[in-house]
Write a protein that binds this ligand. Structure first.
Ligand SMILES: [Fe+2]
Length: 248
């Protein structure tokens, strides 16, 4: 799919700058060496079933799907941690809102631990926190969810590397085969700039687009801080996606 140029609404073409993306093999992030392609890539077009298959609709979402503070609560009590509202707008390359799009998110708990059988970090599980949820963007492309601030966690890269607090995001297109994945960080976190995974991104402005801004105007008084994270699907202003480095 490399080489495709997408026309904007006004006919202007927004081609990507490939130097903006991380190299597939970045030794500072050790496991990239094992999975980086050793041969040239082949372009595989989507199949008919991928393009015409079912997608989510608003009716598929539960009322607590966008409430990570409560959606896995065992006993009706809230998840432990600093309470947040995370919201933002999904936009196309011309800054037009993208409505009716499934946005999924998952994260570690306040101690930095995931609820996953392969999780090896010793931080405690929170029995009332599952760590994932989903939204569908409204007519103006907005999503929002309640959660707690995830903790930083260590990972066995070179022995003592730590991930900054982050939330993983997935955005579906018109079919399940069209999926973009990225990570959101928090404004002001010094750990961002020490992370070997973040460090694979050579362009500081691309990293900056992954950092959610503290939004004091949208805090919930006596309850939750607000962070805004907009997601641009493609074009020159695109968000950096882990699985679609060519941005199509
Ligand atoms: Fe993570």
């Amino acid at each position: 799919m490399s080489g495709i140029i997408l026309p904007g609404a006004d006919g202007v073409l927004f081609q990507r700058d490939r130097d903006w993306h991380p190299k597939a093999d970045t030794p500072g992030y050790k496991s990239t060496t094992f999975r980086a392609p050793k041969h040239s890539l082949l372009a595989l077009g989507p199949t008919k079933s991928e393009l015409t298959g079912p997608t989510f609709g608003h009716e598929k979402l539960g009322t607590l799907d966008n409430d990570l503070i409560r959606n896995f609560s065992q006993d009706g009590t809230d998840a432990i941690g600093q309470r947040l509202v995370v919201y933002g707008q999904v936009l196309d390359e011309n800054a037009r809102p993208v409505p009716n799009t499934l946005v999924e998110y998952w994260q570690a708990n306040a101690g930095g631990r995931y609820r996953h059988k392969k999780e090896g970090y010793l931080a405690a599980l929170d029995p009332n926190f599952g760590g994932f949820g989903r939204s569908i963007t409204d007519e103006n492309g907005f999503y929002h969810f309640r959660t707690i601030k995830p903790g930083a966690y260590p990972w066995p890269n070179t022995g003592n590397d730590w991930r900054p607090a982050h939330i993983h995001f997935s955005v579906f297109g018109h079919a399940f085969a069209q999926r973009l994945i990225t990570q959101m960080y928090f404004e002001g976190d010094p750990m961002i700039w020490q992370c070997p995974i973040v460090g694979t991104i050579p362009d500081k402005s691309a990293i900056d687009q992954l950092i959610a801004r503290l939004d004091r105007h949208n805090t919930t008084p006596m309850d939750a801080l607000a962070y805004r994270f907009d997601i641009v699907l493609r074009g020159r202003r695109s968000t950096m996606f882990e699985n679609k480095l060519e941005g199509n």
